[in-house]
Design a protein around this ligand. Sequence first.
Ligand SMILES: Cc1cc2nc3c(=O)[nH]c(=O)nc-3n(C[C@H](O)[C@H](O)[C@H](O)COP(=O)(O)O)c2cc1C
Length: 255
Amino acid sequence: MNHTPAELTAPASLLHLDSSASPTEHSVSRQLTALFANTWRERHDTAGYRYQYRDLAAEPVPLVGPGYVTLGQRLAAHGVLPPAQVAAQVQDPSEEQEWALTLPLIQEVLAADTLLLGVPMYNFAVPAALKAWIDRITFPGAFTDPRTEQSLLRGTRVVIVTARGGGYGPGTPREAFDHQTSFLRMYFGNLGVAEEDLFVIHAELTRAGAVPALAQFKELAASSLATAREQLLTLATADPRQSEPTERQAAASLS
Ligand SMILES: Cc1cc2nc3c(=O)[nH]c(=O)nc-3n(C[C@H](O)[C@H](O)[C@H](O)COP(=O)(O)O)c2cc1C
């Protein structure tokens, strides 16, 4: 593919999402995503960058409503339609309102070359605040190149930071209870994010300092946190693969 000079010099871009209901001083996932974001910004400071932040817990994305579903189902019947052409298909005010809530979120994802997600484990899964965002952005055709039918997220790096009160590592008694990691891996893989661009970093046993029954795991908790910090620092200073930034950014600006 031929890149224009402007495309080749597009600044690095990070979309940072937090979903913990706790404020930063009490939230492990928020502290870890902040560590990544601050390090990433320092690294890109000289060359310039685009940074977008959303606090999905403090400012929740509305749950999808009937207009979202009817619009999505009608468009899915047409095959792939890029976001730029969706507004012309809107048939009533409810669909218009739903699309107005949805399009900016899709554009933010398309414009980013790194997605950073802070994800506490709530009831063995992801917080409802994050799920609401996922349900809304996953609109038919939003991340598919209409010319090639390939994913526009091929080349997007996704860094997921989980925090969980218990331990769910391989071989532990509660390994099978972890519906957070499997869901997120499957979700982003299905959207077209390459496996080598998908990073899931865990801080485990975060409640060990506060829950007496978990006190025996304090050292493991400290070591899990230290490893998570190290991994995030490495990722934040690494060069992300940027195989197809131009299609993503073109789609974002067209929409
Ligand atoms: C509503 C709620 C549900 C939770 N469910 C689980 C759970 O199923 N398993 C677990 O290990 N920890 C669970 N926890 C503990 C959190 O995962 C843990 O405190 C984690 O550090 C939260 O992320 P944060 O520190 O970024 O807020 C839950 C906490 C809350 C508030």
